[in-house]
Design a protein around this ligand. Sequence first.
Ligand SMILES: [Zn+2]
Length: 183
Amino acid sequence: MISIAEHRIDAPRVPAAPASERRPEDLRAEVWRIAGAVVDPEIPALSIADLGVLRDIRVDRGAIEIFITPTYSGCPAMNVIAVEITLALAKSGLGPARVTTVLSPAWTTDWMSQEGRRKLKEYGVAPPQNGGGRRALFGIEQINCPRCDSADTAQIAEFGSTSCKALWRCNSCREPFDYFKCH
Ligand SMILES: [Zn+2]
C-alpha cells in the first residue's frame, strides 16, 4: 500500500476572476460543468451531458457559444434546454452565452454516457441497448427489465410516456416499464 496523503499539497486559493479574464480552457471547463448539469425536461433523471446532447463549447475572448443536438428531431425540449442553459450560466455569473442547435450529425443513443445509462436504469427506464440487446433473428429486441433484470419481457406499445420511449412489461415482476429506444 502506498499512502499519497503525505505528498498532498493544498491548492493555492485564487479568487474567481471575471469570465473575460479567465483562461479560455478554465472558462470552458466551468461552462461545461454548469451547462452539462442542465437536465432534459423529458427525462429529468439525465443531464444533457449524460445524454450527449451537449456537443461542444467554444470560448473566444470571454464570448461563450454552446452547441447542442436534440435527442429526437422535433423534440420541443430543445428550446427549454437552451433557456435553462442560459439561466444556469447567468446564475453563476457567466455569459451571455449563445446556444446553437446542431442537427447534423443527428443524435444517437450511442452518445449516451455509461453514467447516463446507469441513471436511466435507476430511474426505472431500460437504457438503449445499442446492438448487443437485439436478437439477431426476427429483428425482435430483447430488453431486460430495469427493476429485476429479467429477460422475460414484452413490448406493450410502440410509444411510452414520450415518443422517445416504448412501453414494455416484465413478465417476472409484472411491472410495466419504459424502454428508451435506440436511435
Ligand atoms: Zn421485472
